[in-house]
Design a protein. Sequence first.
Length: 680
Amino acid sequence: MPLKTVTYALDFLDKLKHLRNQEVSTNQETFLSNIEQRDRRADPVTILSRRIENIAASGSGVSSFDLERFLGRNDLLPVNFLQKGTLAARAVCRIWVADLFGSNGGWGTGFLVSPRLLITNHHVIESVDAAMRASAQFGYEMDISGKIHQGKAFELTPEEAFITDPELDFTLVAVAETSDDGETSLADYGFLRLDPTLHKVEPLEFVTIIQHPDGQPKQIAIRENKVLKIGDHQDALKDNFLWYASDTAPGSSGSPALNDNWQVVAIHHRSVVETRTHEGVEEIQLTNGDWVAQEEAENLSENQIKWIANEGVRTSKILDQVNKIQTQQDASASQLVQAFLEDAKGIRIFPNTTPRESVVTSTITTPAPVGETLIQTQRRPSARPSTRNSGGSVRPLSYYEGRKGYDPNFLGVTIPLPELTPAALAFGPVAQVQGTQDNILRYTHFSIVMCETRRLAFHTAVNIDGKQWVGLNRTDDEWFFDPRISLEMQVGNDFYSNEPGGNFFDRGHLVRRQDPIWGEQSEARKANSDTFHFTNCSPQYFQFNQSQQLWQGLENFILTNTDQDDLLASVFTGPIFQQTDAVHREIQIPQFFWKVVVVVDKDGKVYSSAYVVSQERFVNNIPFELRPVGQFNNFQVSITNLEGRIGLKFSDEVRKADVFTGGSQGRRLRGFSDIEHPRR
């Protein structure tokens, strides 16, 4: 850890020791009476590191001022705080819910959390019927000259998606794609991404509330919104909430509570009054200091009652509950909700957005080339021009004679190549392979099936014999076209090099270089060389998210935790094609990759497991061979779940051997200990 970071961490520890000496009101002190709760949530150094990680992921940028502010030594904010706030406010709307007769109703606030989903309180929209009577009005606000704009009204479409929970007081509902007058797209307003990670805010930090109080034009409470308490480990119900001091009013229910980096930390749902139980009677304190029975207080105006805090529903708890409800619905589960959850978890990010970025703007409606969405200063220097063919080298056809490829009977049971279903073939036909009838490219110990349109592999399959494995060092890489298929169907060096301003993408092995190098030395060397074919690589961002390093480690970990003396395994790998994959230099770039590992133990029992990993977040120099660390965007899923994602169908033997016991949506992997494998 850098010295400066350690210094900040030590300062933070000291800060915790003196929190109790800070000046807080008597009533707020009630919320802070157990400040050690912070230590139970995580140790201070972990809190600091996670907060900085969340700040960096928000898209607002991170500087030393963020650390100073978090430590309570500085309250400066970057000027982009105002700019980001303007964008965040676009996603917030006022909600009108008419009564059964349509003559009266009530106001609330809501905000978009995906391109099509809006969230508000349950007590604002309690049912599908109420949603059918509701209207969401975006842009009802005052402009810079003081003029009030009416904005645009949108119908809610609960038949497409509707989830509500009275206990957590939230409702998630779909919104029509176009305004009532047909002139405006919902996508113009962007959305506020919900992030399931913890430590987006801490006690004594501040939140900002964007709201439509009592249906009035959009308002914002920027300061004096101090977070008082987060959760309650002693009370399961209270653990769902976050408390803060802030100016809100009736109609603010459903407003987003955001941290200084515009990440949603809670959904406002009610205010908290000063209460006590006196002689068995619940009483509420008034601003003049008197106490009255709760029933009597209900007849008083709000300005007569002593309010000590506001209460919001924690984002992480809402996402957990949405996931549970969606899983329970199975066949009736909404695709819009599924996409929302996958985006939040990092499984499948909304097209043309950056994972975990908090404020997603309307740029998602006008996709830009991938290269233009990256930060220009992060490009790697351009590679030197190759002395060989600028597109890559080509071997003679005779080189491939005798290549047997993947052996389906390698494990002692028949594990055939997966079947391409119409869902997969919708992305393009299988590339024709010269001299074959099945169009399979066979190499030493592995095979590849290519997609003609995408110019990348549908899938690869490799046999691994751990007992005969030969360690060969990686030397200077030389990549080759395969002459058995049209060179036009292969992505060569012209894509990976000589890009003006620097190169974005590496050639990422699909069949890992080490996997097929077993057998006699000559055989292992052929296998090693065979992995360096353009048919066996896929574009990978040169800054591949650090947490994505788990991709290669998943395979290593499972294989090394199986009987190594007689280790046999077959591994299937490929990209996940999506119609919405962005185009860079005429190539659609896969955002996700999948892997299926099938192993057999010494008793001949077969085990299988499946994984999905995203490459949408970037770090430096992450080829597949690096050792894995990190905790995000890696998922273990069921074979059945994966089949639905990739349009391939595995054999019944593979499906029956699946060791995964988690839910239908898969399990996020934070590290090796989360993996389900045969020896656990």
